[in-house]
Design a protein around this ligand. Sequence first.
Ligand code: RB5
Length: 148
Amino acid sequence: MKIALGSDHGGFHLKNAVKKHLEEKGFETYDFGTYSLESCDYPDYAERVAEAVVSGEYDFGVLVCGTGLGISIAANKVKGVIAAPVSDTFSAEMAKKHNNANILAMGERVVGEGLAMKIVDAFFDASFEGGRHEKRVNKIKAIESKNL
Ligand code: RB5
């Protein structure tokens, strides 16, 4: 499985830790930046990762900013993205099982590294359940088609 990673300066350290963790689990990763703590704009990295995922080049994305909010909001503007900002393991699991999220977003200023790794595990260990959830996700896609 190929995972696209991105962050702004506010998520830089956690993104690096997630990359190491995913690689230890056997995932292939690519870091779309940022590559330093210099102040930058989270939409730039959200867009890179979002496009890499919807193009099919990467299976999923993980985005990190200070809160997980700005970077997920930006990613969700790319057609085909379902980015879920998550700060607990239950929501991480449900984001995949029920919402079919293809991007997991977290906030480095919200979750500690230990919890973040459990969130990552909960997300990647889960699978979309389909069924009634598919109908609902298709309704999200219909809204997207009308408006994006
Ligand atoms: C950057 O200071 C911060 O605003 C950003 O990382 C993020 O939290 C925005 O949603």
